[in-house]
Design a protein around this ligand. Structure first.
Ligand code: CA
Length: 229
C-alpha cells in the first residue's frame, strides 16, 4: 500500500508520514503541488491512496484532484484543509476528492478515514492473501504455510511489504527497479543494494520456516515468486 502525501507544513507532514509508516503504508511525502503532479504524471498507478493538503506551493490539492479526474485516474484522494465552510467542502468534493478532513484533526481520525477509503477502493486489501501454499495475514503481519500447524512467521514491515508485492504478482519476473518503486519510498537510494539485501533476509527467514525456494532469482532480470511451491 503506497500513499502519496502532499503537505507543505513540515511538522504536520512529518507526523503524518511517521504514523502512516507505523501502519505499514509506504509513504512518499512531497511538499509542493507541482512536484506531486510530476510523480503522479509518471506513476499514478503506483499509488493506492493520495492525501493532499488544499493550499500548497505550486498546484493546489484541489487542482491535483481535478487533473487526476480529467485524466480518468481513479486514485482515491483525501483532502486536508483548514477551510471548513460548506462551500469549500462542496468545491473539494466536486473537484474529485473522495473525502475531506478539516485541520486540526487527530491522526487516529486520519487513519480511520484512510481505512474507509481503502475499503471503497478497487485496490481494497483483504485480511489475508493466499498464493500457492503461503498465507499472508494483514492483521498479525505474519506469513504461514496454509496447511501447516507451525506457528506463523512474524515479519518486519519491509519484509511484509516485499512479500505482499511478490504474492500480488505470482510467477512474474519483477525487476529490482519495480520492487524499489513499489516497496521503498522516494527517500531510498536507488543505487543501493537494499532490494537484494532485503530479499536475502526474507529468503533466509522463509527457508528457516520451511518455505525454501519461494523467491527465485532470474539472472539479469530480477526476481520471481514461485506460486507452485
Ligand atoms: Ca498548506
Amino acid at each position: 500500500m503506497r500513499i502519496l502525501l502532499v503537505e507543505d507544513e513540515r511538522d504536520l507532514g512529518a507526523a503524518i508520514q511517521c504514523d502512516l509508516r507505523r501502519e505499514k503504508y509506504v509513504v512518499d511525502w512531497v511538499q509542493n503541488g507541482d512536484e506531486a503532479w510530476h510523480l503522479l504524471g509518471d506513476a499514478a498507478q503506483t499509488y493506492t491512496l493520495g492525501v493532499f493538503d488544499w493550499l500548497l506551493p505550486g498546484l493546489s490539492g484541489v487542482e491535483l484532484c481535478q487533473r487526476l479526474r480529467s485524466q480518468g485516474t481513479p486514485l482515491p484522494v483525501l483532502l486536508l484543509t483548514a477551510k471548513d465552510r460548506l462551500q469549500d467542502k462542496v468545491e473539494g468534493l466536486d473537484a474529485g476528492a473522495d473525502d475531506y478532513l478539516v485541520k486540526p484533526f487527530g491522526l487516529e481520525e486520519l487513519l480511520a478515514r484512510l481505512r474507509a477509503l481503502q475499503r471503497r477502493s478497487p485496490a481494497f486489501q483483504p485480511t489475508q492473501l493466499q498464493v500457492g501454499g503461503l498465507l499472508l495475514d494483514y492483521g498479525t503481519s505474519t506469513a504461514a504455510l496454509a496447511d501447516s500447524a507451525q506457528q506463523p512467521l512474524p515479519l518486519t514491515t519491509k519484509e511484509f511489504q516485499l512479500l505482499e508485492y511478490f504474492m500480488q504478482h505470482p510467477n512474474q519476473i519483477l525487476s529490482r527497479e519495480q520492487l524499489m518503486n513499489r516497496v521503498w519510498s522516494l527517500q531510498a537510494d536507488p543505487m543501493s543494494n537494499v532490494v537484494a539485501a532485503q530479499i536475502r533476509l526474507l529468503r533466509k527467514k522463509l527457508a528457516d520456516h520451511g518455505c525454501d525456494g519461494l523467491i527465485e532469482t532470474v539472472y539479469g532480470m530480477g526476481y520471481r515468486f514461485n506460486a507452485a511451491l
